[in-house]
Ligand binder design. Structure first.
Ligand SMILES: Cc1cc2nc3c(=O)[nH]c(=O)nc-3n(C[C@H](O)[C@H](O)[C@H](O)COP(=O)(O)OP(=O)(O)OC[C@H]3O[C@@H](n4cnc5c(N)ncnc54)[C@H](O)[C@@H]3O)c2cc1C
Length: 433
């Protein structure tokens, strides 16, 4: 049986970034366990592709994710230049449609500073300044963030995989973890269709399935999760340049972790609108509404018995969900959400759907969406749940923070770490949490 010091479950951007840092530790035998045939087949390739500047994140409630995003931007820049990965500095406009939203933008300017965004990267503009910059955008005011970037996170993850692999991390593809057995000193990981492997320590980075994996370890019993599909529509070529920057609007429901659909400039040169947030049965229902019937039945069972059932009597949540459903069933409803701030667009400008992706927020015992990443310690395991947007942005710095935490717990010895293209100590110091 193959034996490892550390097994990482999940070859998304998070698991792969952690594997890269671990690959610089001498004599540590690490593997990444991934049920697909390559890295980044799920959320890490199926997202909006924006390197977010975290001006819109509450520095108290979302400190870890905000600081990780702020610190990671320069790390990704260095990485993309060295690996020839798209880096398109297109900037983002976040627009307010009424006075209450304008007040939120004023607060965002302060949050941006607290989260470490350089002052000259954020500018609050009135409507005439916005129309001078983008004549087809309508709003009462907007924040322009000049340092937002569009990239391809799938490519970033594949390049990280190549570096980890050449530093001797083993990637066990087509290995779907189905169970765990404690064999005394070691943990035995069991798979669908593959022989077991043994390891001393497990790091759970399984994205939309991380709650399920944590429960295999007898942890996270009080939590439940819901899966929300984000759908996109691609603008026809002749309408792509109606607006030349990303445009987001202030989120209407601040207790829920979704932004309203936006106008997106993709790193491959296309323009899209999206994503909405349609509830689906499992983390891989990329089209249709039913998915696998047994998943639907078990999800419904979870909703009716777990903490998520409290959401079913929350009128704000029900109103959000009905809007999201409408924008999934009707292209016009989706386009109308963006039309509020780009009045020139119409449904016939969008003929093809983009690649959808699924977010899996974790719900607390009280029926509330968690605002931060959820880290859970187990015996010989560490679990990362609720790793949602802007998780792809924050991956290089957040993964360094996790490695540091594991050192502080006595699990890793970071003496004589090999030279890497990112500086480990500086990265951890900059996060400053
Ligand atoms: C629609 C959408 C838009 C987004 N936009 C942005 C954005 O613009 N900017 C940004 O920064 N972030 C964005 N995000 C968030 C970002 O994509 C995620 O935070 C990030 O990709 C999560 O990475 P991950 O590695 O945790 O998860 P994943 O990429 O989902 O990886 C988890 C991996 O675990 C594997 N796995 C699961 N179960 C098992 C098992 N039992 N055995 C073995 N392997 C298993 C899966 O196959 C998968 O490869 C967006 C997300 C979505 C869905």
């Amino acid at each position: 049986m193959n034996k490892y010091d550390v097994a990482i479950i999940g070859g998304g951007i998070l698991g792969t970034a952690i594997s890269y840092w671990l690959s610089t530790i001498p004599n540590l035998k690490t593997c990444v366990i991934e049920k697909e045939s390559s890295v980044a087949q799920h959320a890490s390739s199926r997202n909006t592709g924006v390197i977010h500047s975290p001006f819109y994140l509450d520095p108290q409630k979302k400190k870890t994710i905000a600081r990780s995003a702020a610190v990671s931007r320069s790390l990704w820049k260095e990485f993309s230049i060295s690996g020839n990965i798209p880096w398109m500095e297109c900037g983002t406009l976040e627009v307010a449609m009424d006075d209450s939203q304008h007040k939120i933008l004023e607060k965002y300017i302060q949050w941006g500073a607290q989260n470490g965004i350089p002052e000259d990267a954020l500018r609050l503009m009135d409507s005439s300044e916005v129309s001078k910059k983008e004549p087809n955008v309508r709003c009462i005011s907007g924040i322009y963030c000049s340092q937002d970037v569009s990239t391809d996170y799938g490519m970033m993850t594949r390049a990280l995989h190549d570096h980890s692999k050449s530093n001797n991390v083993a990637f066990l593809f087509d290995h779907k973890m189905t169970g765990i057995k404690n064999t005394g000193d070691l943990l035995e990981l069991q798979f669908f269709n593959n022989p077991s492997v043994e390891c001393k320590f497990v790091l759970n980075c399984a994205g939309g399935s991380s709650l399920e994996i944590a429960k295999m370890f007898g942890l996270a019993k009080d939590y439940s999760s819901l899966h929300f599909r984000g759908e996109y529509w691609i603008a026809e070529k002749q309408y792509e340049n109606l607006v030349n920057t990303n445009v987001y609007s202030v989120a209407k429901f601040t207790n829920f972790p979704f932004l309203d659909p936006h106008w997106i400039k993709r790193a491959n040169g296309t323009t899209e609108i999206g994503p909405n947030a349609v509830p689906v049965a499992n983390p891989e229902t990329y089209s249709g509404y039913v998915g696998n019937i047994s998943d639907v039945v078990s999800k419904l069972g979870e909703i009716l018995s777990g903490s998520s059932k409290k959401l079913l009597v929350n009128p704000e949540f029900l109103s959000l969900i009905s809007k999201e459903w409408k924008s999934s069933l009707s292209k016009t409803a989706m386009v109308n959400r963006v039309k509020q701030f780009i009045p020139k667009i119409s449904p016939d400008f969008f003929v093809k759907r983009g690649t959808s992706g699924i977010r899996t927020p974790i719900i607390s015992k009280r029926g509330e969406f968690l605002s931060e990443i959820l880290e859970i310690d187990g015996n010989d395991s560490f679990h990362i749940l609720n790793y949602n947007s802007p998780g792809a942005t924050g991956a290089p710095a957040y993964s360094a923070l996790i490695v540091k935490k594991l050192q502080e717990k006595g699990i890793l010895n970071l003496k004589n770490m090999r030279q890497s293209f990112w500086n480990f100590d500086k990265t951890v110091e900059q996060i400053n949490i």
